[in-house]
Write a protein that binds this ligand. Structure first.
Ligand code: NAD
Length: 331
């Protein structure tokens, strides 16, 4: 078997090489993304593993894969919104994802963004550029005094709730499908609106699909407390960014920690010079001293990237040898 790996990082390469040695599998790789220009690089391979922010929605990619007899594809991510279900089906390509890797990586980042905002670190960093070390506006808040509202208590939301709980916060939550026996960690509320109204920190952990588009909109932002923070480490389009900017500017809420943002593929993993088109929100957001933006790095820890690479290669191997895998995406 031969596997071609796209978007390999420096830290991932030794992980992939060790896995290949242990399994006696041929691998080849590139740090480039999988797209219509690069798909031919995988010719001769049986399967492809990739990881990137840009969606793989172009029919030509699937068509060239099928022409080159490549019918196995693995995304090194939990999200499958970067794949086209139609073309997977049309070209008989079996695809898999990594449904769970390190919920802790994302939960710790949500906590980090929260703590940065509670201690006014974005404002501090802006002032320090001018060697301004005055204290006015830098007063912080302590987490054990606050209520954290978790939206979506799946793998990541639950670990996030546990981390905040461990620091003494009161944790409330909303999920369409509440979990049982977690009363020692959090208390469910009946609706998103209820949580938004009560929380000092609202942290999002639901997947994105069309029904969840702009889950956090003008109406929800208006329900939030004026000193509340919004944390989004889930998916950009869960939040109406234009409404969020308005809410931040008018003081309807006090701050936002955004690891994911609408149209983030325009800037994530790109220098300014590499951005062909500017993200429509980024300049306004970065100008605010109540906002932290990170370029979709919540998952990006040594532990998580090792698990992602190994799980992706394991799934391709299992698909190749048995015809199925627990991580197979149903199309
Ligand atoms: P999960 O499937 O385990 O849990 C999601 C939970 O959200 C489920 O319990 C579901 O019932 C709930 N839910 C869905 N829609 C809802 C709604 N409208 N209201 C309330 N609850 C709703 O998912 P997970 O593994 O915990 O991942 C959560 C999110 O984190 C996903 O969006 C994923 O894409 C994102 N994520 C981000 C990063 C990153 O690096 N920033 C990395 C991995 C995952």
């Amino acid at each position: 078997m031969k596997i071609f790996i796209y978007g390999i990082g420096k830290k991932e390469q030794p992980v992939a090489e060790q896995w290949a040695n242990e399994h006696g599998i041929d691998i080849a790789f590139t740090d480039q993304e999988l797209n219509t220009q690069t798909v031919h690089l995988a010719k001769g391979a049986d399967g492809i593993s990739f990881q990137q922010m840009t969606a793989v929605h172009d029919e030509e990619i699937y068509q060239v894969m099928a022409e080159n007899n490549i019918h196995l594809l693995s995304t090194r991510s939990a999200g499958i919104d970067g794949l086209s279900m139609n073309y997977l089906k049309k070209y008989h390509i079996n695809a898999c994802n990594v449904p769970v890797y390190s919920p802790r990586a994302i939960a710790e980042h949500a906590l980090t963004l929260t703590m940065m905002l509670l201690r006014q670190i974005p404002r501090l960093l802006q002032r320090e550029q001018q060697q301004d070390f005055t204290l006015d506006g830098l007063i912080g808040r302590e987490i054990h005094e606050l209520t954290v509202g978790v939206i979506g208590t799946g793998h990541i939301g639950l670990v996030t709730a546990e981390l905040f709980k461990a620091l003494g916060a009161t944790v409330i939550a909303y999920d369409k499908y509440p979990k049982k026996d977690i009363e020692s960690i959090l208390t469910y509320r009946a609706s998103l609106e209820d949580v938004a109204q009560e929380a000092d920190i609202l942290t999002l952990h639901t997947p994105y699909f069309p029904e969840n588009h702009h889950l956090i909109n003008e109406a929800i932002l208006k329900k939030m407390k004026p000193d509340a923070l919004l944390i989004n480490t889930a998916r950009g389009p869960l939040v109406d960014t234009q409404a969020l900017i308005q809410a931040l500017k008018t003081g309807e809420i006090a701050g936002a920690g955004l690891d994911t943002l609408e149209d983030e593929m325009l800037f994530v993993n790109k220098t300014r010079a590499e951005q062909k088109e500017l993200n429509p929100y980024i300049e306004e957001l970065l100008a605010l001293d109540t906002v932290v933006v990170s370029p979709h790095i919540a998952f990006y820890t040594l532990q998580a990237s090792k698990i992602l690479m190994e799980s992706s290669l394991n799934s391709l191997y299992t698909l190749y040898t048995t015809g199925t895998s627990e991580a197979l995406i149903q199309v």
